[in-house]
Design a protein around this ligand. Structure first.
Ligand SMILES: [Fe+2]
Length: 192
């Protein structure tokens, strides 16, 4: 944050994110870049890590609500190093802005037609390491991802544009299977 700039409030950040969502409509690629721009003044705050209210994280212990209005949610999450969050879907887009550390993030397409219960064929379509101030995103229909923090202090700002599907799929890519589970019910494992 430069000295002549007032810190961006949580409300201003949420307003900017909402405006980005409205401005882009179904242009989800535009949303990707606009979300980062919208969040940038906020995530530049010196006191960023002191903000928020503790929440029960889906996969992690250290998670805080920055903002939630019943649809839009913005959370600040610490990801333990080497913890593999297995491939899962959401029913909605999800954006992860890296604040500290590094994040290995993979996105998958589902190739099968979903006709066989418990069976899913995934194809990896993105496999990338993200650095601070970069944004990883999943957007329907390619909204399956997995990720792993590569450093001890890896923090992300997670922005979700609406409510997650009540039942989500957690996939096993090697075995071409999935289970339906409530968010967070499938526990992450340590990277080999
Ligand atoms: Fe996710």
């Amino acid at each position: 944050m430069s000295t002549n700039e007032k810190p961006c409030t949580i409300r201003e950040c949420a307003d900017a994110v909402r405006a980005a969502i409205e401005r882009n409509g179904t242009n989800l690629e535009g949303l990707r870049s606009d979300l980062l721009e919208a969040a940038r003044p906020f995530i530049s705050r010196d006191d960023l890590f002191e903000l928020g209210t503790k929440r029960p994280g889906n996969h992690i212990d250290n998670s805080k609500y920055i903002y939630y209005d019943g649809e839009l949610s913005i959370t600040l999450d610490q990801l333990p190093k080497d913890m593999v969050v297995p491939p899962h879907d959401h029913g909605i887009w999800e954006a992860l802005i890296i604040l500290k550390g590094r994040l290995h993030h993979s996105v998958y397409d589902r190739l099968d037609d979903g006709s066989k219960d418990g069976h899913a064929e995934l194809k990896q379509i993105e496999d990338k390491i993200f650095q601070p101030m970069e944004l990883a995103m999943v957007i329907p229909p390619a909204e399956i991802h997995s990720f792993t923090a590569l450093e001890e202090e890896t923090f992300i700002l997670t922005i979700v544009g609406g409510n997650y599907a009540a039942n989500r799929h957690y996939y096993n890519v090697e075995e071409n299977t999935y289970v339906v589970a409530k968010a967070g019910a499938v526990k992450p494992k340590k990277a080999a």
